[in-house]
Design a protein around this ligand. Structure first.
Ligand code: A2P
Length: 342
């Protein structure tokens, strides 16, 4: 038996999610014997903050994973495809934030509040779902367990941080240039994002949906373990830095009143209800940024159908939508005895 707590590699540690991973490991006092940040050659040698120190970022190479127990990846699909199998070969459990493995039937796709039991059959890699899917399934799970969901119609209002640090910089630069009467350049997005809404996230597919929309459809079914849930999505990028918002319409088999739905969600782990229309209180991205929970409000019955509900679901896409969920997966692996701590 190991005499040391797990050594943790953070791959993509200079990115928006990677930096947050380091923060979350620190904030949750994750039992790591050592945390080592990796990036591409571009950022190797730079420093990232961790605990009271700074860690020097190391260039990721094929033999980087020797001696590590857990590898947290957030460096894009290509990096995951190439390096995650090497990490597994070196003895690591990989928790991967990219799209590379999510729909592979051999790889569990996990939100710890929803399907922790799927961790038990992981073959070395565990996939972290898409940010907009994570907050959605946390809100859907208690409703599905109680009243069986038939159909979901979701529209998202997604923050630019979901596209990484470059996109955060692009919104910032565009806003400041527009205020100074200058022309703007769009590199990350196909159109200007400042003061605009783009009904396109990721590329268009043959069915005219975007890849992000189909991720929500397919990942929801996989995480909830129920292919019968019908879901249709419109995903929209909005000029918000942190926090995805979602308008969610749910049709259930059994009747669920708005009051019962509110109580059900309030008692589910990881959900905070903010639903006081009389005071004008509801979840907003600016309040949810930096928070761990999924926030739900505007819960009301949809009286155009027999068993319908509407709600507004907000979460910090970098935390619950990415870094926090990843580290919660690692914590759940420890709880289930799948990773040892001393
Ligand atoms: P680097 O800083 O060297 O480019 P974001 O999603 O915010 O853009 O961050 C992406 C993260 O993934 C960064 O830390 C980036 O490192 C890292 N990354 C990108 N490509 C590679 C690669 N081939 N090997 C290792 N890390 C990579």
């Amino acid at each position: 038996m190991s005499t040391k707590n797990p050594r943790v590699a953070v791959v993509g540690a200079t990115g928006a999610v990677g930096r947050e991973m380091l923060k979350v490991l620190e904030q949750r006092n994750f039992p790591a014997s050592e945390v080592v940040p990796f990036s591409s050659a571009r950022s190797a040698g730079t420093k990232v903050p961790y605990m009271d120190n700074e860690l020097t970022v190391i260039e990721l190479k094929e033999d980087s994973f020797e001696g590590f127990d857990i590898a947290l990846f957030s460096a894009g699909g290509d990096t995951s495809e190439k390096f995650a199998p090497l990490a597994v070969k070196a003895g690591c459990v990989v928790i991967d934030n990219s799209n590379a493995w999510r729909m592979d039937p051999k790889i569990p796709l996990v939100v710890p509040e929803v399907n922790p039991e799927d961790l038990d059959w992981h073959p070395g890699i565990i996939a972290n779902p898409n940010c907009s899917t994570i907050q959605l399934v946390v809100a859907l799970k208690p409703i599905h367990d109680k009243a069986k969901i038939k159909r979901v119609v979701v529209s998202t209002y997604q923050a630019v941080s979901g596209s990484g640090q470059k996109a955060i910089n692009e919104l910032e630069t565009q806003v400041s240039r527009l205020f100074n009467g200058k022309e703007v350049v769009s590199d990350v997005y196909p159109h200007q994002i400042a003061f605009n809404c783009l009904p396109q996230i990721d590329v268009f597919l043959e069915n005219d949906y975007t890849k992000e929309e189909m991720k929500m459809v397919n990942e929801t079914k996989k995480i909830m373990g129920d292919d019968s849930i019908k879901l249709t999505a419109t995903t929209v990028r909005v000029p918000v830095f942190y926090g995805h918002s979602e308008s969610v319409n749910v049709e259930t088999t059994e009747k669920l009143s708005a009051i019962d739905c509110r109580n059900l969600l309030a008692n589910f782990p990881g959900i905070t209800i903010i639903d006081y229309p009389e005071k004008g209180h509801y979840p907003m991205a600016i309040d949810c940024a930096g928070e761990d929970d999924v926030f739900v409000g505007r819960i009301r019955e949809d009286d155009t159908i027999d068993n319908g509900l509407n709600m507004w679901v907000v979460a910090d896409n970098i935390r619950k939508g990415a870094a926090l969920n990843t580290i919660q997966i690692a914590e759940t692996l420890i709880e289930r005895g799948l990773v040892r701590v001393v």
